[in-house]
Design a protein around this ligand. Structure first.
Ligand code: ADP
Length: 240
């Protein structure tokens, strides 16, 4: 059976970057093992269109975003839980990219995995707090310098050529990521519940550091693969 990999880390600590690297790594491993046998999924706030604002505890900010479908953190968690539950099986690798900062939430996911007899592990993205803060501050500054314009149907009707080099690709390699409001970011760092490998739901625990090279990252992914899908994998007993 195939695992649930729960990414966990501070806001803007590089989780999505590492989750994407893990996705590419697993895709290659699956391709060389048995492509017909396994499927691979990457589930995240972005893939479910969950705004960073849902984590904001300040009532003003929350009210501004109540129009979106997953408007509260509770709704967001229900959406994430549903998305995981829908695909979790003995043929699916599921990477859940997100803060996953609540101990009880990770426990709930662990129980869900156990219920379908699939192993789970934690991929802890470890990053100095100041480094993560700097990433978010840069994103906030970018947004303040270039406030994002709402695209309306009128723009499309005018048939304007898209900005950029004409290749149809948006300018820049990546779409601008949504920053966390400063108080939201500070609060999430404060609320973060460090995974504890002494508990069964937070183990096995793998960690990647901000400065980890490609080679070191690959070694971590190798041990994750061995523990989750390879020879080293322990069988899941129903009452473990
Ligand atoms: P998160 O998913 O935790 O919010 P991201 O993966 O979006 O964080 O990363 C935030 C920013 O930091 C991105 O611009 C990304 O390119 C950069 N970044 C992430 N990890 C690293 C790293 N290990 N070294 C250098 N830059 C990184």
């Amino acid at each position: 059976s195939m695992p649930l990999i729960i990414v966990s880390g501070l806001p803007t600590s590089g989780k999505s970057t590492r989750a994407k690297q893990l996705y590419d790594y697993l895709a290659a491993r699956i391709a060389e093992t048995d492509p017909a046998k396994y499927r691979l999924h990457l589930i995240s706030d972005d893939s479910l269109s969950i705004s960073r604002a849902v984590y904001d505890l300040s009532p003003d900010t929350v009210r501004l975003h109540t129009r979106s479908a997953n408007s509260s953190e509770k709704d967001a968690r229900a959406a994430l839980y549903g998305a995981v539950k829908r695909v979790l099986s003995d043929k699916d690798f599921v990477i859940l990219d997100g803060l996953n900062y609540i101990k009880g939430w990770r426990y709930q996911l662990h129980c869900e995995a156990k219920a379908v007899r699939t192993p789970n592990c934690i991929l802890r993205i470890a990053c100095p707090v100041d480094q993560a803060r700097q990433v978010n501050e840069e994103r906030l500054q970018r947004i303040n310098r270039h406030p994002r314009k709402e695209t309306s149907d009128d723009d499309a009707a005018e048939g304007q050529a898209p900005p950029g080099d004409g290749s149809g690709q948006p300018e820049g390699a990546e779409t601008p990521a949504e920053p966390y409001q400063q108080s939201n970011w500070d609060n999430l760092v404060f609320r973060y519940e460090e995974p504890n490998p002494m508990t069964r739901w937070d183990s096995p625990l793998f960690a990647i550091l901000w400065d980890d090279t490609e080679a070191q990252t690959k070694r971590t992914f190798d041990s994750l693969w061995d523990a989750m899908a390879g020879e080293g994998r322990k069988s899941i007993k129903p009452n473990q």
